[in-house]
Design a protein around this ligand. Sequence first.
Ligand code: THU
Length: 132
Amino acid sequence: MTKEELVEYAIEARENSYSPYSNFAVGAALLTTEGEIYLGANIENAAYGLAMCAERNAIYNAYCHGVERDDIEALAIVADTKLPVSPCGACRQVIHELFPHDKKIYLANLRGDIKEMTADELLPYAFDSDDL
Ligand code: THU
């Protein structure tokens, strides 16, 4: 699958965003090495702090279905931003723990821009299980 095709899945996932407070809809699509796709969208709440980001929902969706880190091939995240969407700090921490460090994360927008990054590029000098 091309990165453009995976971004299309993320755009499809974005349709299910529940974001009445920020009006900022985000979609994400996780591809496994077997070619399966797991989608996520951001889901907000009147108690604002309970919002869950699209990329974390996609990753958690995959893990809830038995996917493990080594089964993951790529992740695409998309929003209607000028530049490719930038994941929040919490998502970078989760990606660093649950996403393989040698695979690509595609940050995209609706204009067709796609920026390729790795988990280490998103969160250098990360806190992880080795620090415990
Ligand atoms: N959001 C995401 O879902 N992913 C990102 O990468 C950035 C932020 C969501 C959280 C919240 O629902 C809305 O976008 C505004 O911050």
